[in-house]
Write a protein that binds this ligand. Structure first.
Ligand SMILES: [Zn+2]
Length: 299
């Protein structure tokens, strides 16, 4: 890869940019004609329980920001679980291993309530910044830690910050993971290709548009501020759902307990569930269930 540095991108030989682009690619789209229970549309809700790792991941030591992370576990998750229970919805929670070690009872409750727990790194590290061996070891240690705490072996990975290294997919394949949920090449589930060949791992795609953090995050000492009112965030999510319902596709959302879990925002979750439930033929599944269905029933 030394030629990367030697040459500017406009000087690259065709094979150089081709190799980069083709390392991980979307293959066959997996959209079933009907979803489970003959549903027209599938809804996959997810929550990234980053909690204190939101601060720890960059080596931060702010007591204040760690307290904010604790809010995610102390108030955010119970509030979310209550809404999900009220509407009989099962969802997926992606949990950094350090977060699970800090809050083991939370993970056990999430599983006891029927939800899925997936891998979300060790301490919310960026995969692309790691040597391959460190990434592999952390991913395996994270899976073992979640299994030990929650009692269920995770089958899916959401990379922290959706950051994907050139090695991530090969490691997922080696670990026998069924799916990934970190990439955004489509709105339907799709097969992931590694250097042009199906890797045997299915992508359940995410999108910044369908992520609460994009609209609500704030940093006291940087210029980052929330810029979208909660009602407008619901409007974006609802339009995403309505179009997915029209198309007979998949509606996926990513939320964070320390972001959506506030009194002025939690209603967005409740409202989008109510809206989806108001239509006939909508199936709510965990990410693992949605992937499993899409894989077995793709047209
Ligand atoms: Zn995260």
């Amino acid at each position: 890869m030394s030629e990367d540095k030697a040459l500017e991108p406009w000087q690259w030989a065709d094979q150089q940019w081709q190799k980069l682009v083709n390392r991980v690619r979307a293959g066959r789209a997996l959209r079933p004609a009907r979803w489970k229970d003959n549903a027209r549309c599938a809804v996959a809700l997810s929550f990234d329980s980053d909690h204190e790792t939101n601060e720890l991941r960059d080596g931060g030591k702010s007591i204040g920001r760690l307290g904010w992370g604790q809010f995610g576990s102390r108030v955010g998750v119970p509030r979310i679980l209550k809404v999900l229970e009220r509407h009989d919805v099962r969802a997926s929670f992606y949990v950094p291993a350090v977060s699970a070690l800090l809050h083991p009872d939370e993970q056990r409750r999430v599983v006891a309530d029927g939800h899925e727990i997936g891998i979300h790194g060790w301490i919310h590290e960026l995969n692309s910044a790691l040597p391959r061996d460190a990434e592999r070891e952390l991913m395996m240690r994270s899976a073992d830690t979640l299994e030990r705490i929650a009692g269920v072996r995770p089958v899916g990975l959401r990379t922290p910050s959706w950051d994907f290294s050139p090695h991530t997919l090969a490691i997922e394949r080696e670990m026998g993971l069924i799916y990934d949920s970190s990439l955004m090449a489509d709105e339907d589930c799709y097969e992931l290709l590694l250097d042009g060949e199906p890797a045997g791992v299915i992508e359940l795609p995410v999108e910044w548009v369908r992520d609460d953090a994009v609209y609500f995050m704030m940093h006291r000492f940087q210029s980052l501020r929330p810029y979208t009112p909660p009602a407008d965030v619901l409007d974006v999510f609802r339009r995403e759902f309505d179009a997915a319902y029209e198309a007979g596709g998949l509606f996926q959302l990513t939320m964070h307990p320390h972001v959506i879990g506030y009194r002025s925002r939690i209603w967005i979750l409740e409202e989008i569930i109510r809206h989806a439930r108001s239509k006939p033929d909508v199936w709510f599944g965990t990410h693992a269930e949605v992937v499993d269905w899409a894989k077995r029933h793709a047209a």
